[in-house]
Design a binder for this molecule. Structure first.
Ligand code: HAM
Length: 435
């Protein structure tokens, strides 16, 4: 709570910049979105993986890459009380691969399909759609290098955003080649960028040396002009990478997924090989990528395991939700039954009734403050109750309860009925069945 008293020693404590509370208004949206996404993942045969939020810092340095924005300046890294360096995970792929190796999963099954869900942490500059704590749903397929795996992951990502109701997304596709063909491209790109140096922003002039591919997706206008004319990686792919890309494209076409080849989509993490893709949503401004992913055939070996190819993606839930709140109605919860009672005897009689109804699976709300029946009925209205169950003096005497149907028109014969207490579940069931 904000302190109202200036100079008070009780300084108001506020949420950390770039982080947010999700109040019940938002969590209702959030939970529906999660339910729909997880439904798709399960239907594709993916199983849930849960890993710690905190990992050894070295894991991210070795996987995401030392020269990336994430590792250079965005990680929440600190020394824990034992003196070891730890980092709040900025993404989920590195942890998934660590768990895959640590549990020798590759010895137990040829192909693993995992998904995960949860918060990630990056100390970025906050803006609409970009937070320092944000949530991802990610999917990883480990153990298959075939283009069919890439196609499955892209299809899965598209189905995920479709299932939640995001209609305005476009699929962008690229290939970043492999360690055999990328060096020649990199060399050619660096020499092109060297000639254009004056047109690049300060950061890109530095990127040119350490991570030249990142110049291609810089948002600064001058850099974009330079990037547009830059040599294209697709012209440098070796025959195997090219065949892989063609097979992925054929698969996507067979599924009817339209896509745009975007030679400037290089992704912000170093582990990618061959296919990379993003789903971009209109109406989100500059933070428009709702899904990002691709193949990372070298990562398992890079982290000390055997040569095992893999491909995956992660969807940014905060961004998806921003868009959904503009596009979809707020999710309706289950119908509310409100139990109102008169006096002490009434509230005593209401207790087991409420318990019974809840055990029967209904959502039941009461006003726990001892108030007049009138005040309770007002409360019922505020709660958007579908049925109001009244235990007034009359009802108590008769061992009955009045059931008021808030959805029925005023004056309708079934607007309010009375029934025996023991018959309540049946009456409630009938009323709700007729919704
Ligand atoms: P990423 O592109 O860094 O990829 O993140 C994936 C998605 O997370 C983005 O498209 C975006 O929707 C969301 N996201 C990223 N940063 C933020 C932020 N600061 N605020 C809000 N949303 C954000 C990865 O993380 C890879 N691990 C994906 C992957 C899985 N590749 C292979 N497997």
């Amino acid at each position: 709570m904000r302190s109202s008293c200036k100079g008070s020693p009780l300084e108001a404590i506020q949420v950390i910049r770039g982080m947010r509370d999700l109040l019940p208004e938002q969590t209702a949206w959030w939970r529906r979105m999660e339910r729909e996404l997880l439904g798709v993942l399960e239907r594709f045969g993916y199983q849930e993986l849960r890993t710690p939020l905190l990992e050894p810092t070295a894991l991210f340095k070795r996987s995401i890459g030392e020269a990336t924005d994430i590792v250079e300046k965005e990680m929440y890294t600190f020394q824990d009380r034992d003196g070891g360096w730890v980092t709040l995970r900025p993404e989920g792929t590195a942890s998934a691969v660590r768990a895959y190796l640590e549990n020798s999963t590759w010895k137990k099954e040829p192909v693993s399909r995992w998904y995960y869900l949860g918060p990630m942490f990056r100390h970025e500059r906050p803006q609409k759609g970009r937070y320092r704590m944000f949530s991802q749903v990610g999917a990883e397929l480990l153990g298959a290098g075939e283009p069919a795996a890439d196609v499955e992951l892209v299809d899965l990502a598209v189905e995920c955003v479709r299932a939640v109701g995001l209609s305005d997304v476009t699929l962008e596709l690229n290939s970043l080649g492999c360690p055999a063909c990328r060096p020649a491209y990199r060399e050619r790109l660096v020499s092109y960028l060297g000639a254009q140096r004056a047109g690049l922003c300060e950061l890109c002039q530095r990127r040119m040396e350490v991570n030249p591919l990142r110049v291609l997706d810089c948002k600064v206008e001058g850099c974009q002009r330079v990037a547009e004319e830059a040599p294209r990686i697709l012209d440098f792919l070796g025959p195997e990478c090219l065949a892989h890309l063609e097979a992925v494209r054929a698969g996507l076409e067979a599924l009817g997924h339209a896509y745009r080849l975007n030679h400037r989509m290089v992704r912000g993490l170093d582990y990618y090989t061959r296919t990379t893709f993003e789903l971009v949503s209109g109406g989100l401004g500059s933070q428009s990528a709702v899904v990002g992913g691709g193949r990372y055939d070298g990562l398992v070996a890079q982290l000390g395991g055997p040569e095992i190819p893999a491909v995956g993606f992660a969807a940014g839930l905060d961004r998806i939700l921003l868009r959904l709140m503009e596009l979809r109605e707020r999710p309706a919860g289950p119908p509310v039954l409100f139990v109102a009672s008169h006096g002490e005897a009434g509230s005593r009689a209401a207790l087991p009734l409420v318990q019974r109804l809840r055990r029967a699976g209904h959502k039941v709300v009461t006003d726990v403050r001892a108030g007049s029946l009138k005040a309770q009925l007002k409360r019922a209205d505020k709660e958007g109750a579908r049925l109001v169950l009244v235990l007034g003096e009359d009802e108590l005497r008769a061992g009955e309860v009045s059931v008021k149907d808030m959805a029925a028109p005023e004056g309708a014969p079934d607007k309010q009925v009375r029934c025996a207490l023991g018959d309540l579940e049946r009456v409630v069931g009938e009323k709700l069945g007729g919704v």
